[in-house]
Design a protein. Structure first.
Lengths: 184, 171
């Protein structure tokens, strides 16, 4: 069977396929970092403008983490954005709500190549999971602060970076396992 | 595969605590001293008059998770050349990031003081800096996630790069 004559189009296709392809991982990381910047620019613009309208999120975080601790102890009190456990009080600020972790997670979900529907499922399952994870972190920090004050700064500031990575990576990988690759 | 993942997670937890303690008790004071000879001439050159270390030091902590990730990665000794490249390359990039962050912090602080405008201008750089260790680790070890999680494939539609190439029949 005679073949089709070679055209310029075929040449350009051959050239394109012989070009070194960008690694999918590199593409993912670059897209992730770019999206993270774009998402956080949008977030900071809105957040500083409507900061007073999201105070409820800080109050809710304080109330739920206080409620979780009150299951185990009667020495818990919470009012507004403050939580106290055994005389050790903390103020829940915007950084303690898990919002910043959520932005990083959003960038990670949107930069992974999959269908839009699966990305939406990832957001719907991931954001509440990060919120819950964060509540557990606050409850743990309160216990550490009340019972072992010397370790509080270490846990709060220096393990923050690590919990951030572990929290986001775990939920992101769970999303890939449960949603993205479920059908395969 | 599962064993490798568990080993990685255990090593990550141990290295995180060890490096965290080293940072907390020693390195957070030593690191700025180490950076000074590079930072100060650069700051003089670009007109930065104040290094707001008390605020920035929390963000310099991203060195801890990066080192922990690299040290916990399988093949630390077996692929020692790769480990050295990842350690040195990653640290240099993180340091450049810290110097740039210090510059940007001063730049926006001198313009806006600690107002909402300052927060709006610097926030994405802080977040980028905090997420950088994970990105760098993936760049230096592009095959690590599929190695640890066998189901994980990067590329179009979650497929490998090879299967992502169009196999449409000719006209």
């Amino acid at each position: 069977m005679p073949g089709r004559p070679k055209s310029d189009m075929d040449d350009s296709k051959e050239k394109a396929s012989s070009k070194p392809r960008i690694s999918p991982v590199v593409r993912f990381v670059v897209l992730f970092l770019v999206l993270l910047v774009l998402i956080s620019i949008g977030f900071s613009q809105l957040f500083t403008r409507y900061h007073d309208n999201v105070l409820w999120l800080m109050e809710m975080t304080a109330a739920i983490s206080g409620s979780i601790l009150s299951i185990f102890s009667s020495n818990v009190s919470y009012a507004g954005v403050n939580v106290s456990y055994m005389g050790f009080s903390v103020e829940i600020i915007d950084e303690c709500t898990g919002l910043f972790e959520m932005l990083i997670y959003l960038a990670a979900v949107f930069s992974f190549s999959t269908t839009f529907r699966k990305k939406l499922i990832g957001i719907a399952m991931g954001l509440p999971a990060i919120f819950l994870f964060n509540l557990a972190r606050i409850a743990l920090l309160l216990v550490v602060g009340a019972r072992w004050y010397a370790a509080f700064d270490f846990m709060h500031l220096y393990l923050w970076q690590v919990t951030l990575i572990i929290m986001i990576s775990t939920i992101w990988i769970l999303w890939l396992y449960l949603v993205v690759y479920r059908e395969k | 595969m599962k064993n490798e993942l568990w080993k990685f997670l255990i090593k990550l937890a141990i290295f995180t605590v060890v490096f965290g303690l080293i940072w907390f008790f020693w390195a957070q004071d030593a690191y700025p001293r180490f950076l000074k000879p590079i930072v100060f001439p650069f700051f003089q050159w670009i007109g930065v008059k104040k290094w707001r270390l008390s605020l920035l030091l929390d963000h310099f902590t991203n060195i801890v998770p990066y080192l922990a990730l690299v040290c916990a990665t399988p093949g630390f000794f077996a692929h020692w050349k790769k480990t050295i490249i990842a350690l040195l390359g990653g640290m240099v990039i993180l340091m450049i990031g810290h110097i740039a962050l210090s510059w940007l912090d001063y730049h926006y602080w001198s313009q806006y003081d600690m107002t909402k405008k300052f927060f709006r201008s610097i926030f994405h750089f802080y977040l980028l800096n905090d997420a950088l260790p994970l990105g760098l680790w993936l760049l230096f070890y592009p095959k690590i996630l599929p190695q640890l999680f066998s189901f994980l494939r990067f590329g179009k539609g979650g497929q490998t790069a090879e299967t992502g190439i169009s196999t449409a029949p000719p006209d």
